[in-house]
Write a protein that binds this ligand. Structure first.
Ligand code: HEM
Length: 509
């Protein structure tokens, strides 16, 4: 600070930040859209600065005041427009990429181009691979997924005799989900390699930390500061070392024996190679896709399972009915992917847990990219460049949409499937209440054109894991009846990272 040049630099930066904030918040064309503030005295600057702490409260307050419409809250360097009514949420989900851009929204909220690199931000072929090849292969790969679940729980939980053992739920789940996901992504033995798995988790943590730092800079400065902030090179190097031999071997076998050689492994590496353009068919490019797939899969699925375990251990009356269901279905149908379709209670329990604990206060972030802006059916116009999203958490807690919405009712969707199934078009109703089905009133996976393409895998994995747990373990909460509080930061709502759950080998009384 003694150097006068530093003072000048900090002064210029402070000036640029204030100028960017002023410019972002001043737009008379938006006057018709209500602003939600934390208090009458609070200014937009304070709310924008304090969004990581108070964002969820602002979104809840906005939804309570404008349940049918659109409101805005201040974020650093821009307004965030939030849509309340499911009717308008559907319009977000249905809008084409050239009007409301999913990728533009990602860049505003999570600048992948700067955090990871332009190749993955500009070419999204891995999304297509997940939507098509990965999902299609879930039946064929289910025995591997199940095998990995059994093995991973055995290794990670490690119970002796009939004693209770306390386990930190989120890290335990993360270790298991990382293994199970990578059984499908890269196969054995790499999916059990601790250094490789830990590196995938570290990659996600580094990227999220870099992104939080980036939030403090105005958009136009971000490309300049990105190289100083972004922490990705080390984890990419570790992943490259682990994956290169596998990828090189696949490429040379293809060259020698053709693309469909006998014994070609059925995993994400092979599926990506089928879809990749020539310039992407090399180890460094594929490694980024695999890291990105891990990033999309591991934290989301681990958080969902951890929340389900907290729900189960605070509402233990659900355990025996799910155990009975899993025992019965597997005795009748075998331990197959098809058997999962008959586990209505387990499916319903996970859907209900996602309803109450979806990991985003507001989801489906989009950027308006149409030159003339975007007009909702209620007449509200958002200008080009605006950031818009859906009030996911308040919609999930709205009692005019879900009966007794603030109450956890693990089997509500199983009941709805049973009740409505008798009177309406069976397939239609059953489909609507499944864990994988999305809609403007159920946004855990988003809805519309960009609804999560990995949800079929996530649901298979989560259902098989929950069935395995209820069939093999007795459970209880660390403190009876107390659900560990979530951690909230801005839009992100995460399960408690240190809370424990107690496990014991199943004892049938
Ligand atoms: C419980 C687990 C998961 C949750 C809650 C979840 C949630 C989401 C959400 C909310 C979105 C954005 C939807 C939107 O903005 O409209 C999304 C997108 C995405 N998810 Fe998931 N996800 C999960 C698991 C997975 C898994 C296992 C994979 C990969 C195998 C995956 C891959 C992706 C990808 C690639 C996208 C971007 C889609 C696109 O570009 O159109 N997700 N996910």
């Amino acid at each position: 600070m003694d150097d006068p040049r530093s003072l000048v630099l900090y002064g210029v930066l402070a000036f640029l930040m204030v100028a960017s904030l002023r410019r972002a918040f001043h737009n008379p064309k938006l006057d018709a859209i209500p602003i939600v503030r934390s208090s009458k005295l609070a200014g937009n600057y304070w709310d924008a600065y304090n969004f990581p702490v108070n964002g969820l409260n602002l979104i809840k307050a906005g939804y309570a005041q404008y349940p049918e419409g659109i409101f805005r809250v201040a974020r650093l360097f821009r307004w965030m427009f939030i849509v309340s009514s499911p009717k308008l949420v559907k319009e977000i989900g249905d809008a084409p990429e050239t009007v409301l851009s999913f990728h533009g929204g990602v860049e505003l909220n999570f600048p992948i181009k700067l955090l990871i690199g332009p190749a993955v931000a500009e070419n999204h072929y891995h999304v297509h691979t997940i939507r098509t090849n990965l999902t299609r292969n879930l039946h064929a790969c289910f025995p591997d997924v199940k095998d990995e679940i059994t093995d991973a729980f055995g290794d990670v939980v490690q119970l002796q005799g009939s004693e209770w053992k306390s386990l930190p739920m989120l890290p335990t789940t993360m270790a298991i989900v990382a293994r199970v996901s990578n059984r499908l992504f890269v196969g054995l033995p790499l999916c059990r390699d601790r250094t490789y798995l830990q590196n995938n988790v570290q990659f996600a943590l580094d990227i999220m930390r870099s992104r939080r730092k980036m939030d403090w800079f105005p958009y136009f400065l971000r490309p300049l500061v990105a190289p100083l902030i972004c922490d990705k090179d080390k984890t990419i190097a570790v992943a490259l070392k682990a994956l290169s031999p596998l990828i090189e071997e696949r490429l040379s076998k293809e060259k020698e024996l053709g693309p469909d050689y006998a014994g070609k492994p059925n995993d994400l590496i092979s599926w990506l190679l089928e879809d990749a353009e020539e310039k992407e068919r090399n180890a460094p490019s594929l490694v980024l896709r695999i890291l990105l797939s891990n990033f999309a899969a591991i934290h989301t699925t681990s958080m969902a399972f951890t929340q389900a375990m907290f729900d189960l251990t605070t509402r233990l009356e659900h355990l025996l009915p799910m155990r009975e269901e899993a025992d019965r279905v597997i005795a009748q149908e075998g331990w197959t992917k098809t058997a999962l379709n008959s586990m209505f209670k387990i499916d319903s329990f996970l859907r209900e847990s996602q309803r109450m604990n979806n990991n985003l206060a507001a989801a489906m972030v989009r950027k308006v990219v149409a030159k003339d802006g975007f007009m909702f059916s209620d007449g509200t116009v958002l200008p080009e460049g605006s950031m818009v999203c859906a009030a996911a958490r308040p919609i999930h807690y709205d009692s005019s949409i879900h009966e007794n919405a603030t109450e956890f009712d693990g089997f509500r969707f199983a009941r709805e499937r049973a009740e409505h199934g008798a009177t309406q078009d069976l397939n239609q109703v059953i489909f609507k209440r499944q864990m994988i089905s999305t809609g403007p009133d159920h946004l855990a996976f988003g809805t519309g054109k960009h609804a999560c393409p990995g949800r079929f895998f996530a649901a298979t994995e989560l259902k098989a894991m929950l069935a395995h747990v209820v069939m093999n373990y007795d459970l209880k909460a660390e403190m009876e009846g107390v659900r560990p509080p979530d951690a909230v930061s801005g839009l992100a709502i995460s399960p408690n990272a240190t809370a424990m759950v107690q496990f014991r080998k199943r004892i049938d009384l």
